[in-house]
Design a protein around this ligand. Structure first.
Ligand code: TMP
Length: 212
């Protein structure tokens, strides 16, 4: 019996991760369950709307966002991810705690709040019933990613933050694997989607191959 897998896929806006993740069920069938954060559980869908689509969403500070992201994540991991992993299904989540580390703790903080947010992040993370075994970072230059994103109609209030914010997100996503025990893979997502897809599917195939 091989270890069931829980894989996180994180990346800046326009990295192509959601498009790539959507291809997985057709390729791997019932071996894979795909989900997302925020909004991967029924209660989480409400939290996602509050965080991203409510008229007051842009007014929330990084601390409020961090709390809400973890409320969503606790519910998601306990109610959705863990039961699938326990059933031997490989779970691939579109975003994870790596995004909270990047968007809230690093890019969203300032000199006064950084230490507080970082301490809260590690404390909250410890409370999760499960953390990903593998983090896949789709690394994209924010100039490239944001121009891809603007070509779609899926722009949220976080996308419209200054380019410096997105550059900090990128740096923090690349650094996050240095602070955790889980494995990580970085894929260059500046390339055409078909090339990124080849590398991405190779990673997922290798992980699924770990199932008996
Ligand atoms: P998505 O557009 O990839 O679905 O992600 C939703 C937005 O939420 C995206 O702008 C990044 C943001 N986000 C955070 O700021 N912190 C988090 O912990 C997560 C999971 C997402």
């Amino acid at each position: 019996m091989k270890t069931p897998k829980y894989i996180a896929v994180d990346g800046g806006e326009g990295s192509g991760k959601s498009t790539l993740i959507k291809t997985l069920p057709d390729i791997f069938g019932e071996l894979v369950f795909t989900t997302r954060e925020p909004g991967g559980s029924p209660d989480g869908k409400v939290i996602r709307r509050v965080l991203l689509n409510h008229p007051f969403s842009p007014m929330a500070g990084a601390e409020a966002e961090l709390h809400l992201m973890f409320v969503d994540r606790y519910d998601h991991v306990k109610e959705v991810v863990k039961p699938k992993v326990d059933a031997g299904i490989c779970v691939v989540t579109d975003r994870s705690d790596a995004s909270s580390w990047a968007y809230q703790v690093n890019a969203g903080s300032n000199i006064a709040t950084r230490g507080i947010l970082e301490a809260k992040f590690w404390e909250y993370r410890k409370g999760l019933v499960l953390v990903p075994l593998l983090y896949v970072v789709l690394d994209v230059d924010p100039e490239v990613g944001l121009s891809r994103r603007k070509a779609t109609n899926r722009v949220n209030h976080i996308d419209t933050r200054p380019i410096e914010f997105h550059q900090m997100v990128r740096r923090a996503l690349l650094e996050f694997p240095n602070y955790i025990q889980s494995r990580s893979v970085i894929i260059d997502a500046n390339r055409p989607l078909e090339d990124v897809k080849k590398d991405f599917l190779a990673v997922i195939r290798r992980e699924i191959g770990g199932f008996s």
